[in-house]
Design a binder for this molecule. Structure first.
Ligand code: GLV
Length: 332
């Protein structure tokens, strides 16, 4: 029997991180492109000292029971960790890691790409050409709002929200933001950003972009009522988590012209079925949760997730723990 720590890696991740895990641990790596089923996941984590999870894996009491008391660490290959019951992990002394920082700029790039694509109707234009409809230059063909000089409302002004604000500055935009906590005067001055309530921000914004964590407070944050506060020309961009937006209310708002367009990296449910009302709408652009998917960033996320996993199984403090309070628990 190997004296190396037993770990489970729930999907093939970039080699930069996978190699580190394979060098040090007795690792089982789930090889399929599809995630393990619940049963397969629970079976695979039995007896592990560490598990490297993806946001498609739910970590809860049942998972922790099946893993067993020797489990030391759950390392999520994501910055978000709404798939993990962190309190349950902390109560059992299990450290939880995530991958903050490395995907900030890449995610902001994708938010910006979505914003630009929805405003300037790139996907509709591409489809128009491929479908053979382009017969002449049209004075009113595929018009959309200007991005430069417009007002952007950033909901969630953490690392990623601020990275979006940096891009918005380059486009000469007026920047409004909303967050649970008001930023310092220095940060507000750096971005020229104005703090507002959602009631203030939504009616004034030409673009609304979401950068909050998913929590009980943010689930359904953009609901029917709040969509009603937005401009009929507004563009909603979501690169946070699908359930932050009420999908059916959004489909209605897009269909009825209550808002102009939406561009989504995340949906509820996810993956979104092709017969979902949002999928049939020309003014809704959807990509499959790829905000952090640059080759470099996914490599860095893999290295970081591996570093958290290996630190955890060695009994060391994780480089980026989600629950640092786990280290303050009385031992024994
Ligand atoms: C992706 O959505 C992440 O949280 O990293």
């Amino acid at each position: 029997m190997s004296d190396r720590p037993k770990v489970f890696v729930s999907r093939v991740i970039p080699d930069d991180g996978l190699r580190l895990v394979l060098d040090e641990a007795d690792a089982t790596v789930w090889q399929d492109d599809m995630p393990p089923s619940r049963d397969e996941l629970l079976r695979s984590v039995e007896g592990c000292a560490g598990v490297l999870t993806l946001l498609t894996d739910r970590v809860d009491d049942e998972f922790l029971d099946r893993a067993g008391p020797q489990l030391k660490v759950v390392s999520n290959f994501a910055v978000g960790f709404d798939n993990i019951d962190v309190a349950a992990c902390t109560a059992r002394g299990v450290a939880v890691g995530n991958t903050p920082g490395v995907l900030t700029e890449t995610t902001a790039d994708l938010a910006w790409a979505l914003l630009m694509a929805a405003a300037r109707r790139l996907v509709e234009g591409d489809r128009y050409v491929r479908d053979g409809h382009w017969r002449t230059w049209g004075p009113m063909l595929l018009m959309g709002p200007d991005v430069h000089g417009a007002t952007i409302g950033i909901v969630g002004f953490g690392r990623i929200g601020q990275a979006v604000a940096r891009r918005a500055r380059g486009f000469g935009m007026r920047i409004l933001y909303q967050d649970l906590h008001r930023a310092s005067p220095a940060v507000e001055a750096e971005y020229g950003a104005t703090f507002m309530t959602l009631e203030g921000l939504l009616p004034q914004s030409d673009f609304v972009t979401l950068h909050v964590n998913l929590s009980e407070e943010t689930r359904g944050l953009i609901n029917r009522e709040r969509l009603g506060w937005m401009k009929p020309t507004a563009v909603l961009v979501n690169t946070s988590r699908g359930p932050v937006v009420d999908s059916l209310a959004l489909a209605e708002a897009l269909q009825n012209g209550h808002i102009g367009a939406a561009a989504l990296d995340v949906t509820d449910p996810e993956p979104i079925p092709v017969d979902h009302p949002l999928v049939g709408l020309d003014n809704c652009l959807i990509v499959p949760h790829i905000a952090s998917a640059s080759r470099a960033t996914r490599g860095l996320m893999a290295t970081m997730a591996a570093a958290n996993l290996l630190a955890g199984v060695r009994g060391e403090r994780l480089p980026t723990p989600v629950n640092p309070e786990v280290y303050d628990r009385p031992v024994g």
